[in-house]
Design a protein. Structure first.
Length: 258
């Protein structure tokens, strides 16, 4: 009898382990699938995630190999790439109506800015796409429904931090010169804390807006600094040339006097 109870307990334990593993694996695949299917509906660009690893018990995990593609017409390979994103989720909320995300830590993203400092650039174009899905299409007050239910799933994000971001600038006005600028930390908190939460589209809108605004400011300053360096160099060159000409003319007059 004792052996039978031990066998039953072992079978139950193995069954529970199997269930936990199955749920954990499905959770990872759900996150990856969500990013790669719902994401493009929001940004209207390619979105990829190499993998997700989230613990069902602690709720902590990582997203690896994130890529946000560029809109059509842009030549650079991507708009944003991130090697690893640390996330924290309240485990009980994963299968509820509102997913509670305790934190998101985006470390050292590589951002590509292609275009001009006006609205004709890749980030502004993606921002327009996101605005239309989030229901605030540019120039209108009308609501545009999300393309899929996944885009309207409710979220609560307590803390969202982007740090050590680098922007690689691709602009024709640079004349082939390379320019990389750094962004200050971008910190958002208490997103969707109310009973209604926020949708994935609205979260993307908030985050991308901050990224775009900070990028435009950094690129503008970087271009201005390059222009100042070029102006100073040209001014110094002109001054040196004038000094040399003045010296030469002075020498000629001195020789004539002799």
């Amino acid at each position: 009898m004792k052996k039978i109870l031990i066998i039953i307990a072992a079978v139950v334990l193995l069954g529970l382990i199997g269930v936990v593993l199955a749920v954990t694996l499905s959770l990872d695949s759900i996150v990856k699938k969500g990013v790669e299917t719902v994401g493009p509906q929001i940004t209207k660009t390619e979105m990829k995630l190499d993998g997700a690893n989230i613990s069902l018990f602690s709720g902590s995990g990582t997203l690896k190999g994130f890529l946000l593609g560029n809109p059509e017409g842009y030549k650079t390979p991507s708009a944003v790439t991130v090697g690893e994103v640390a996330v924290g989720v309240s485990p009980r909320s994963v299968f509820s109506d509102k997913v509670h995300v305790t934190h998101v830590r985006v470390k050292a993203p590589e951002i590509t800015f292609e275009g001009t400092l006006g609205s004709a650039n890749n980030l502004s174009k993606i921002m327009d796409n996101v605005n239309s899905v989030a229901g605030v299409a540019k120039g209108t007050d009308s609501k545009t429904p999300p393309a899929d239910q996944g885009a309207s799933k409710k979220l609560q994000v307590d803390d969202f931090l982007i740090s050590d971001a680098r922007v690689h600038v691709s602009m024709t006005m640079l004349g082939g010169k390379s320019l990389t600028v750094l962004l200050p930390e971008i910190h958002l908190a208490n997103l969707g804390n109310g009973p209604d939460g926020i949708t994935a589209a609205e979260l993307t809108q908030r985050v991308l807006h901050e990224v775009t605004v900070h990028t435009l400011k950094a690129v503008e300053k970087g271009v201005a600094d390059i222009g100042k360096v070029a102006t100073d160099a040209a001014s110094n060159m002109a001054t040196n040339t004038l000094n040399k000409v003045g010296k030469t003319v002075g020498d000629l007059f001195n020789k004539k006097k002799e």
